[in-house]
Design a protein around this ligand. Structure first.
Ligand code: ASP
Ligand code: MG
Length: 423
């Protein structure tokens, strides 16, 4: 007998019919003898609709506490309806809010972090032979206020619940068949990945692949929760995300490259002509992080025209551009640098694979593929299992397709995309 956590995204519970299909799936697992805890997202576009409504009522930023009260209601609707649908099929089910399920968070409304997870009621429900359903994306703060975990946060609820219950697996049901070697909407020949390590998944998610909430992946790595990402529209196996296994153990059979992530949400700042002395990078990057902006990639170069100065470029979320530019401009006079340049529409391609550790030719193969496609590389950064390049956003799709082909990742058949959002 296994203990399963099954998480269903908004597109999997979009209407009554979808809800019934999910209920059948849950009941099938329950009848097969497994203990099942379910985590649900809000139905379809409910969260967006609620945000929209709040925008019509409140001019300016609505009170964050009330915003969380409002948004957490979306998942409450799903959990109650799903419990009813499961009861209809003759299996007892009980739904719980995040607070009832023991999801204790900090007080940061709209982006709360889990501090402690005590799902006693869920545990008792499972012991009673019933299905437990937990509302995703929410918790209760140390001040006893309702909080939400940030967009896409139901994944994190599911992983946290699986960790606390010591579940055998956390199944993430979505509208795609699993993780792909590239976004199938851009690369129709992308292939479903059958197995991938959690470290590779973390790199993919951190660099733009919209597969799982990044914090959910971090959580799964920390608490060693095995994940299975699969489609709620088919019975096919999806992608197994493996934890707690040395990365290189069976590299003989593992592909060198697991996938290509891309990101179109970035911008770039360059501080030009910074006097070259200790503390310069600390000051520039420090000012940006103090403004609450997280930096992605950093490159520092001695200026080509003046050896006494250097240029620092870094990428960041495009939406934080104004804030960060202002922060850097604030230092300009005092530090005596020449200019601050802002570039929007920056594209990033990231090649991820545990096998690249032992394969020195990966970088040159990547750069040749980009050269053949006529893509100009602006910045490069690497980790042990990832190489990322920054290029113009207009080149990005072509770049991803070319690199996908260059690493022999293309499948014979086109990927199945169910027209959803991958959530
Ligand atoms: N309903 C929330 C959102 O749309 C949480 C989630 O779907 O995971 O962001
Ligand atoms: Mg959603």
């Amino acid at each position: 007998m296994a203990l399963l956590v099954m998480k269903f995204g908004g597109s999997s519970v979009a209407d009554a019919e979808a809800m019934r299909r999910v209920a059948q799936r849950v009941v099938a697992a329950h009848r097969a003898g497994d203990r099942v805890a379910v985590v649900v997202s809000a139905m379809g576009d409910t969260t967006d609709d609620l945000l929209d409504l709040a925008g019509q009522i409140a001019t300016g930023a609505p009170p964050q506490r009330e915003m969380d009260m409002l948004l957490s209601a979306g998942e409450r609707i799903s959990m109650a309806l799903l419990a009813m649908a499961i009861e209809q099929l003759g299996v007892p089910a009980r739904s719980y809010t995040g607070a009832q399920a023991g999801m204790r968070t900090d007080t940061a409304h709209g982006r709360a972090r889990l501090l402690d997870v005590q799902p006693d009621r869920v545990r008792r429900t499972l012991e009673d032979g019933a299905v437990a359903i937990v509302a995703g994306f929410q918790g209760i703060s140390t001040d006893d206020d309702i909080t939400t975990l940030g967009r896409g946060g139901s994944d994190t609820t599911a992983v946290a619940l699986a960790a606390a219950l010591h579940a055998d697996v956390c199944e993430i049901y979505t509208d795609v068949d699993g993780l792909y070697t590239a976004d199938p909407r851009i690369v129709p020949s992308a292939r479903r990945v059958t197995r991938i390590t959690i470290e590779e998944t973390l790199e993919m998610a951190a660099h733009g692949a919209k597969i799982l909430h990044l914090r959910a992946v971090e959580y799964a790595r920390r608490f060693q929760v095995p994940l299975h990402v699969r489609s709620s529209f088919s019975d096919q196996e999806g992608t197994w995300i493996l934890v707690g296994r040395p990365l290189t153990e069976d590299t003989m059979e593992e592909p060198i490259i697991s996938g290509i992530a891309h990101d179109t949400s970035l911008g770039k700042i360059t501080a030009v002509g910074i006097p070259d002395r200790p503390g310069a990078a600390a000051a520039v990057i420090g000012a940006v992080s103090q403004a609450g902006v997280s930096i992605d990639m950093i490159v520092q170069n001695v200026s080509t025209t003046d050896a006494e100065t250097s240029d620092i470029s870094f990428t960041l979320p495009e939406s934080d551009g104004q804030t960060a530019v202002a922060a850097v401009r604030g230092l300009q006079e005092q530090m005596g640098f020449a200019d601050v340049l802002w570039t929007s529409h920056v594209g990033k391609l990231s090649l991820v694979g545990a096998g690249m550790r032992s394969n020195p030719s990966v970088a040159s193969r990547l750069f040749s593929a980009l050269a053949d496609a006529g893509v100009n590389i602006e910045m490069i950064s690497t980790s042990e299992i990832r190489i990322s390049v920054i290029c113009d956003q207009s080149d990005l799709q072509e770049a991803v397709r070319s690199v996908h082909t260059a690493f022999d990742l293309d499948a014979e058949e086109e990927a199945v995309v169910y027209g959803g959002t991958g959530r």
